[in-house]
Write a protein that binds this ligand. Structure first.
Ligand code: GFB
Length: 316
């Protein structure tokens, strides 16, 4: 599984696809300390990755040696549940166009970023990479998951048929700087940070948490994911995808309480059980990634404080 020699990033032209998003911007920060030759970027206004022609024209012109595919349409449980067609189409097209364009341009190495939602709803916990395609998906994010499974399989099949060196990483739930704080489309940690902040500022006695509060999630700070991505780029090759997680999960109630604590909010939590819970649990088995010598460094309390600082500076 481990590459015989570490892939050398020195002088490489690296394209971070999706550099304005939470994951892409973390990759850009992480690459600042690497001796790469050039960082290549294109905003979605410049190149619509859902369209094959502009994507291929950009890649032919930019001539990347390495592609990190962080571009995606993402959202929390409600955005995923109500806009399945959009999440499937956009992510399917982005994955197919970027992988094909990278292949045609003869890139040396590529990393495809997916999500822990690719695994079956009832997968044994912690979820091993081998659980892929062993059972039905969680219905609230089926569209997104199918697009991410397709991208992962494309990477695998382009390797088998064309010898392209593409690897895939499946991270757990992410949070951190540049997260989306929109009230309806955000992921849970950002949503609760905003709700608790607003309740604190307005003196509201309760904060509404969707669902029962019992589902469990594994939260990984996006800077840890960026570090894992560079580590895997250097040290992993082969068709096995790798899970990237923090190693522990917490219930939604626990993360809500932790956010209240970090922000110093003393009101109560109210649970709106008319909203969906989604997957009961998705803790990743990260044995393979740890076997490559990588581990996360940012604890949840510290990470929440970091995300909150960014929220205060950019959103509040
Ligand atoms: O991060 P999240 O929206 O998505 O978390 P998933 C959803 C969980 O948090 C559910 C609860 O159990 C919700 O009931 N929750 C509580 C809330 N309050 C809130 C709130 O105010 N906003 C939100 N958004 N949730 C996503 C997938 O699933 O995970 C994506 O939809 C992606 O495809 C992402 O894979 C990592 O963890 O359920």
């Amino acid at each position: 599984m481990t590459a015989p020699a570490a892939f050398d990033l020195a002088g490489k032209r690296v394209w971070v696809a999706g550099h304005r998003g939470m994951v892409g911007s973390a990759l850009v920060r992480r690459l600042e300390s690497e001796p790469i030759g050039a960082l290549l970027t294109a905003s979605s206004a410049e190149v619509d990755l859902r369209r094959q022609e502009p994507t291929e024209a950009f890649v032919q012109d930019a001539r990347p040696d390495v592609v990190l595919l962080a571009a995606a349409k993402v959202g929390g449980i409600e955005a995923n549940r109500t806009r399945q067609a959009e999440f499937l189409y956009d992510n399917l097209m982005i994955g197919a166009n970027v992988i094909e364009a990278a292949y045609r341009a003869g890139v040396e190495r590529m990393v495809v970023l997916g999500s822990s939602c690719v695994y079956p709803r009832e997968a044994p916990q912690p979820i091993a990479e081998t659980s892929l395609l062993t059972g039905p998906l969680e219905p609230t994010n089926e569209g997104y998951a199918i697009a991410k499974i397709a991208a992962l399989e494309l990477a695998r099949m382009y390797r088998r048929q064309h010898g392209m060196d593409a690897i895939s990483l499946m991270p757990s739930n992410l949070y951190g700087p540049c997260d989306n704080y929109d009230r309806t489309s955000s992921h849970v940690l950002a949503a609760l940070l905003r709700k608790v902040h607003e309740a604190k500022v307005s003196g509201a006695p309760t904060v509404t948490v969707w669902g029962t509060g019992t589902p469990r999630r594994e939260f990984l700070h996006v800077d840890d994911l960026a570090d894992a991505t560079v580590h895997a780029l250097r040290h992993h090759t082969g068709e096995d995808h790798l899970n990237v997680g923090w190693g522990r999960d917490v219930s939604i109630r626990e993360v809500a309480e932790l956010i209240c604590d970090v922000l110093g909010y003393e009101g109560e939590l109210a649970f709106d059980t008319s909203m969906p819970d989604g997957m009961p649990r998705k803790l990743l088995d990260t044995t393979r990634m740890r076997g490559l010598g990588w581990e996360p460094h940012i604890g949840l309390r510290e990470g929440i404080a970091d995300a909150y600082r960014w929220f205060l500076d950019h959103v509040a």
